[in-house]
Design a protein around this ligand. Structure first.
Ligand code: SAM
Length: 433
């Protein structure tokens, strides 16, 4: 096959993949339409091989691309994303001669009417050629200090953490109780987007799991606040906190507002104060609440200095969704591995301890504080809580059942990918005095 003939093949493969992955079409049907456009049987075979490889390896390729690209591709860049998979599949599993693969794929960007992005395609594919695409498994570039800490903490399970963090995560939706229920929403999806694979989870009262790539804005009712995107682990926070009807609740680290919105969807009569130290991020809380039609007081303030903002009225329940290393959500945000430094952990552990010490006295006797992180490092989780309980006799841990993950000290830990959800830690603490 000549190079000139090569570009249309790559462009065609990208169109097929875009239709299959981004628009829920069947691969068989798309290939049946596309292949007759190619005269040469070798071109047909190559198109098929590229499409199958790219579909199987897509998660790996997306991981590599997300690490290499300064900004993620937008929703309108589906064909371009697919073309990058096409390029990577040729260099990777299919091991085609790199020069031909590269030039034909770059030329295909022009055929797809993206001449302005041909240079980017070229640069990314050259990088893939130079550095290789990491194999499945331990392929994500975990810094060595973090890899060591996770092996120390989790022993053999660490390998599963590395592997699961490299897999694409499902999309979890939270159905707004004010509008619908998960099973009703499943029916709506089946009618309006029949190509989308969706299911319920026995662990979530409000959750729907989606395993097909779908643009969030295309989801029925999204703009109207019928559904929100929220990982299953984050959805369980509302169950673990379980405030009484109409309770006075503090969400101490609230931005961008996902958990506050969930609590209010469940009980609009809650008197919720949503705090965040970052005024810019706090504006997102208001946007989140507006979209789902919920009301709360929002306040830009440092939760660790209540003297500056607390009116002295005790809270029935406090959610401390603490700033953390986010090591449990690497599968969604692989760039965490690029940014995180070992010294960050000491600083985060100190902030978390300061927040715990400052906030528990704001509880009523009998009130509960839920400490949550999306970390999988024991220092931020069970060790943090053990130390807190040791210095705070007024606070006692309350049991959480296994639906929240493995027993971890006085709390529960879910590791990344377990139950299809993000890595997460929960500890429920009650004021006893
Ligand atoms: N609960 C949020 C949700 O469900 O959308 C996510 C919270 S995020 C894990 C942690 C938040 O803590 C960040 O928005 C950060 O700005 C905030 N934060 C960090 N230190 C804080 C402090 N001292 N006081 C209040 N907020 C703080």
């Amino acid at each position: 096959m000549s190079q000139v003939a090569g570009a249309p093949v790559r462009a065609l493969a990208a169109r097929v993949l875009d239709a299959v992955v981004h628009r829920g079409r069947s691969l068989k049907a798309e290939l049946a339409n596309a292949l007759p456009q190619l005269v040469d049987t070798r071109d047909r075979a190559l198109t098929e091989a590229v499409c199958f490889t790219a579909l199987r390896q897509r998660a790996r390729y997306d991981q590599a691309l997300s690490l290499w690209m300064p900004r993620p591709l937008g929703a309108r860049d589906g064909e371009l994303r697919a073309l990058l998979w096409v390029g990577l599949a040729q260099l990777d599993e299919l091991a085609l001669p790199p020069h031909a693969a590269l030039s034909a794929t770059v030329e295909a960007a022009r055929l797809l009417r993206r001449p302005h992005q041909a240079g980017m395609v070229n640069a990314l594919l050259r990088r893939a050629q130079r550095e290789g695409i990491a194999a499945a498994g331990a392929e994500l570039a975990w810094p060595e200090w973090l890899r060591t800490q996770l092996r120390q903490a989790w022993g053999e399970q660490a390998e599963a953490i590395f592997e699961n963090s490299a897999r694409a995560a499902p999309l979890w939706l939270r159905v707004n109780r004010e509008h619908s229920t998960p099973s009703v929403y499943l029916q709506v999806l089946a009618e309006e987007l029949p190509e989308v694979q969706a299911s319920l989870s026995p662990l979530l009262a409000d959750g729907v799991r989606i395993d097909t790539h779908v643009a969030v804005s295309a989801l029925p009712g999204f703009e109207q606040g019928v559904v929100s995107v929220q990982d299953g682990s984050a959805q369980q926070v509302a169950d673990a906190l379980r405030p009484a009807i109409g309770a006075r609740v503090l969400d101490a680290c609230a931005a961008p507002g996902g958990k506050a919105a969930h609590l209010l969807e469940r009980d609009p009569s809650l008197q919720l104060l949503a705090l965040d130290v970052d005024a810019r991020r706090l504006r997102r809380v208001q946007e989140t609440l507006d979209r789902v039609g919920a009301n709360a007081r929002t306040l830009a303030a440092d939760a660790s200095t209540p003297a500056a903002w607390w009116d002295g009225q005790p809270f029935d329940a406090i959610l401390l969704d603490a700033p953390c290393s986010a090591t449990g959500v690497v599968r969604r945000q692989p760039d965490i591995l690029l940014h995180r430094r070992e010294s960050d952990i000491d600083a985060l552990v100190a902030t978390q301890a300061r927040l715990l010490d400052a906030l528990w006295p704001l509880l009523k006797p009998g009130g509960e504080l839920l400490y949550a992180t999306c970390s999988i490092l024991p220092r931020e989780n069970q060790h943090q809580i053990d130390d807190f309980l040791a210095r705070t006799p007024a606070m006692r841990a309350q049991p959480l059942d296994e639906s929240y993950g493995h027993a971890a000290g006085s709390g529960r830990q879910r590791l990344p990918g377990e139950d299809g959800m993000d890595g997460f830690f929960y500890a429920r603490l009650r004021r006893q005095d």
